[in-house]
Write a protein that binds this ligand. Structure first.
Ligand SMILES: C[S@@+](CC[C@H](N)C(=O)[O-])C[C@H]1O[C@@H](n2cnc3c(N)ncnc32)[C@H](O)[C@@H]1O
Length: 277
């Protein structure tokens, strides 16, 4: 009888991350309030017909689909096949053709210099080993090509959400760095050095008005967002679920810029676009 090769710690880690992102309902989060981010990144990357574009950690194609609408030749890659499948259905409904490829951002299955544009909208930032990801983005982009990244900032609302969840979450894998660091200009300079000359480094905010009461936002995350589900499940294993819920409620109240009956959040991101040397 053939024996299966033993799973390496890395493949176990990837399987855990894949399951985390497939849990909940990320596609509905995109539809509820994340849709503006994809077109924002695509517009900044200045795409056009015939450009070969790679979207890394593309999820359901939030950036890939608007890129394909501009007649670029788009490859949407992601660790989580369930999200790619949802993206494929969205693209089909719009009559768009894209390649959908399961791929780890830390080890991309593409040749050197194969794309004119390599981009990621709040995606590559979630792979744990930042330097490995940055090296891969540079490797697959042709010299003179464009690298475009839209990332939540450490000081903004998503950075604060991760700080709120950290005491409850499972311990990060060895060598992992926190996702919101990708929203720091200094961190990007460390990761890319002189291999990418960033011509756009702009902070902006996503306005979120889809929720009536501030704590509805927290409930939305508890039901749909993989990282929140994972942190809350770990809190539950340690008998700290109520403490987790109270911390998330406080977080929602603190970040609400609207009224108690009409929530309004502003979520800061960094838009970074540059030329690969
Ligand atoms: C917040 S979602 C962003 C998805 C999409 N780019 C968007 O704008 O909606 C983060 C994505 O990162 C993907 N991801 C997490 N770790 C990854 C890795 N190591 N390699 C590739 N994708 C990864 C997840 O599967 C998920 O689709």
């Amino acid at each position: 009888m053939a024996t299966q090769p033993a799973a390496t710690p890395d493949s176990e880690l990837k399987a855990r991350h894949r399951a985390m992102w497939a849990s909940g309902d990320y596609p509905s989060m995109v539809e509820t309030f994340l849709l503006p981010l994809g077109p924002r990144l695509v517009e900044a990357c200045d795409l056009g017909p015939g450009k070969a574009v790679l979207d890394v950690a593309a999820g359901t194609g939030n950036a890939s689909i608007p890129a394909a609408q501009q007649s670029a030749t788009v490859t949407a890659s992601d660790l989580t096949p369930e999200l790619l499948e949802a993206g494929r259905r969205r693209a089909e409904a719009e009559g768009l053709e894209l390649e959908w490829v399961e791929a780890d951002a830390e080890r991309l299955p593409f040749g050197d210099a194969s794309f004119d544009v390599v981009m990621s909208s709040i995606g590559a930032m979630f792979a744990p080993h930042h330097q490995a990801v940055a090296d891969e983005l540079v490797r697959v982009c042709r010299p003179g090509g464009t690298i475009g990244l839209l990332s939540w900032t450490p000081e903004g609302m998503l950075g604060a959400l991760f700080a709120t969840m950290k005491p409850f979450a499972p311990p990060p894998p060895p060598g992992a760095q926190p996702p919101p660091l990708w929203g720091s200009e200094a961190h990007l300079r460390e990761l890319f050095g002189d291999r990418v000359e960033f011509t756009t480094l702009e902070r902006d905010e996503l306005e979120i008005t889809a929720f009536e009461r501030p704590r509805d936002y927290g409930e939305h995350f508890k039901a749909r967002y993989g990282p929140t589900l994972a942190a809350r499940a770990n809190a539950g294993r340690n008998g700290r679920e109520a403490e987790f819920d109270a911390a998330l409620d406080r977080f929602c109240d603190e970040w609400n810029r609207g009224t108690p009956d009409r929530a309004h959040f502003e979520k800061e991101y960094l838009l970074a676009v540059g030329t690969r040397a």
